[in-house]
Design a binder for this molecule. Sequence first.
Ligand code: C5P
Length: 398
Amino acid sequence: MLSGKNVLLAITGSIAAYKSAYLVRGFIKSGANVKVIVTESALQFVTKVTLSTLSKNPVYKDFLKDEHTGEWNNHVELGSWSDIMVIAPATANTLSNLVTGKANSFFLATFLSCNSPVFVAPAMDLDMFQNKSTKHNLDILSKRGVKIIDPGSGELASGLDGKGRMEEPEQIVDVINQYFLDQATLKNINILISAGPTYESIDPVRFIGNYSSGKMGFALAKEAENRGACVELISGPVSLKTPKNVKRTNIRSALEMKKEIEDRFSTTDVLIMSAAVADFQPTESAINKIKKAEAKMSITLKKTPDILKDLAKKKKKQIVIGFALETESEKKNAYQKMKQKNLDAIVLNSLKDKGAGFGYNTNKVTIITPLEEMNYELKTKDLVAKDILNFIEKCILD
Ligand code: C5P
């Protein structure tokens, strides 16, 4: 389950930091990509060279990357790169800083800007671990959703015997692996997603297109993959990176999209048509560039095939979901489309809602089925993708 996952490992200043080198190896052996952050005090126990060699990546410590040019390490980018953040070892001081929300180091700022799940593996002497403040800090972190990997018992660096030893690296890798296994709620499910606009050619240099950025479809593909689904993404022209482990096919026109979707439909369990497929295409695409000879010109258009409608007619086991982007009579139009196109659900977004629709990183949707209607708040497209996938999971279980 760790294969291809991005693990961000933060190492803080405990003697157990030397074991983190084994932890890096364990993650790498499991096929994960690993980036390491160290605190100043962690470097008293383990070196950057060891960690960068094992992780095959530069090690991060400070905001400033190059003092001559002012180039800096971007904590926000690093946080969003990660599929998971693991803080091991986490000292008592670190736990306290995580609770208070301090951001006076690259590590703490990255923690604050990281939206991925966070695991902490505490390491300290037994009395420090038993101390009420440590217990209280762990309790607060746990209530906030941080996952605690309990320390083991045994001989401690102080010579005392008790609970406080950082969990062994192999066990930590197992815990993280199990976490991803538990997340794989869509294992063995084939999900086909269309995203982005289509371009309908007028001549070799011009086209009819739309403003779709593809962000919603790509967020859906990423989230479905996170849940263990086998994801194929048919994408119109967009400038977005393919989510990892997702098989992407690029198309330009509605007809090309139709072919790619049709070819895969029979082996698909869920089809999500989030693409903004052009409704019309020029009846003919000129072979040569059209000259601007006349003061006026007109282009004759014909309807593109409705990919979703045609396929939903043939659906057997498939769950088929469409999108409706409306500017007026939103719900009425969405219900009509769902019915006309024989869909299991339609995701409605309205251009009237600020921050929703094309290009934004946020969206505000209503999921409509023949039986129910679910309204959601404006949120990031990554979070909207979670809502839609939760709904799909429910449909699969029913
Ligand atoms: O009818 P309308 O274009 O608003 O419907 C939107 C839904 O239909 C979207 O899910 C879109 O991907 C799909 N669609 C399609 N083929 C078309 C036009 C739209 O599959 N030619």
